[in-house]
Write a protein that binds this ligand. Structure first.
Ligand SMILES: NC(=O)C1=CN([C@@H]2O[C@H](COP(=O)(O)OP(=O)(O)OC[C@H]3O[C@@H](n4cnc5c(N)ncnc54)[C@H](O)[C@@H]3O)[C@@H](O)[C@H]2O)C=CC1
Ligand SMILES: O=C(CO)COP(=O)(O)O
Length: 353
């Protein structure tokens, strides 16, 4: 890598724009980074004008993070290859359903010694009936080493610079401090751990639990019920990680990427909000996503589907009743009113004497 690292943010949605505020300001402030940060923007027209032009003229992503100025050194680029080709550090932050296509566009077009940081929460289906981590997909497709950043980070609050924490998963002792410097601010406190896969798995799975929390709210059940759903969801997250990714550290669940992200998403996230409306209105998740999120994308229902694909193939649905119920409710196979019945006999309720 060259001495001043060039950074490209691949994505410009709600979280992509919030993190661009931090990365842009730190890159301008710190000698280790090139001032100019490119941001790949999936082009769309807003009131007859290109979103990239609006961002470059007003320094505001008026669609996905209105009301917040991006640093002027963050440059919106509509072509992902132009945005990424010179970068030493690629920060991936698109809804997970778009990553495979983006990788195929970038293949062979980026620096061979570039490194990646994924902020993407989700999985994809793998051949053979399992699932793939998004960072593994990127490494396999682009042949670059990957790190991840996950945490209790609702984008709007991060953009407002309210105090919070986050977790970077990185095994490399040189790269870890560099990424820490690129991301940390007085109000965005970064811990770096080496349990990379577990950090990412936490970030993906909590979105399924958040849908369950939304069902609880839609059904008018109380805080105790939501706490039970959060706890049972956490137990399933731990079991899933232990079974399918052995070697993960239990301490990772106590980082921001674990229990803290689970809590914030189950109270303030989009998956919770849309799942509540799903119960109250009877409309489909897709229609509600379109109506309520102005182009932002839900990750929870897709993630529940991907996880269920694997659990079903392994005949293990019964061991994960909460993940399974959330999926079946999202696809309309089970009524939301049956959610509590689905977790009433949870395997975690057996006597532990
Ligand atoms: N929003 C949040 O509070 C947080 C989100 N995340 C994660 O970050 C990732 C990205 O989320 P957000 O930035 O919030 O995105 P978002 O939910 O705002 O999604 C909209 C973005 O998707 C882009 N898009 C739409 N169609 C596309 C296509 N065909 N190809 C490529 N891009 C397309 C849009 O241009 C826009 O940039 C997700 O995995 C999410 O779970 C993580 C932490 C916080
Ligand atoms: O991941 C998030 C907060 O850390 C955002 O969650 P939602 O996608 O449910 O808004």
């Amino acid at each position: 890598m060259s001495s001043k690292k060039k950074v490209c943010i691949v994505g410009s949605g709600n979280w992509g724009s919030a993190i661009a505020k931090i990365i842009g300001a730190n890159a301008a402030r710190l000698d280790s980074f090139d001032d100019r940060v490119t941001m790949y923007v999936y082009e769309e027209m807003i009131d007859g004008k290109k979103l990239t032009e609006i961002i470059n003229e007003t320094h505001e992503n008026v669609k996905y993070l209105p009301g917040h100025k991006l640093p002027p050194n963050v440059v919106a680029v509509p072509d992902v290859i132009d945005a990424a080709k010179d970068a030493d550090i690629l920060v991936f932050v698109v809804p997970h359903q778009f990553i495979t296509r983006l990788c195929s566009q970038l293949l062979g077009k980026i620096k061979s010694d570039a490194v990646g940081l994924s902020l993407i929460k989700g999985f994809d289906r793998a051949e053979g009936g399992g699932i793939d981590l998004i960072s593994h997909i990127i490494t396999r497709n682009l042949k670059i080493p990957m790190t991840v950043l996950m945490g209790a980070n609702l984008a709007g609050e991060v953009a407002e610079e309210k105090f919070c924490e986050t977790t970077i998963g990185c095994k490399d002792k040189v790269l870890g401090p560099l990424l820490h410097a690129l991301l940390q601010t007085p109000n965005f406190r970064v811990s770096v751990v080496d349990d990379v896969d577990a950090v990412e798995i936490c970030g993906a799975l909590k979105n399924i639990v958040a849908c369950g929390a939304g069902f609880v709210d839609g059904l008018g059940l109380g805080d105790n019920t939501k706490a039970a759903v959060i706890r049972l969801g956490l137990m399933e997250m731990v079991k899933f990680t232990e079974l399918f990714y052995p070697g993960a550290k239990s301490s990772t669940f106590f980082e921001s990427c674990g229990v803290a992200d689970l809590i914030t998403t189950c109270y303030g996230g989009r998956n919770r909000k849309v799942s509540e409306a799903f119960v109250k209105t009877g409309k489909s998740i897709k229609d509600l996503e379109d109506e309520m999120l102005n182009g932002q994308k839900l990750q929870g229902p897709f993630t529940a589907d991907e996880v269920n694909y694997m659990l079903k193939n392994k005949n293990m649905e019964a061991q994960f009743p909460l993940f399974t119920a959330v999926h079946k409710i999202c696809i309309g196979e089970v009524k939301p009113q049956q959610f509590i019945d689905a977790i009433r006999e949870h395997p975690d309720h057996k006597s532990k004497l």
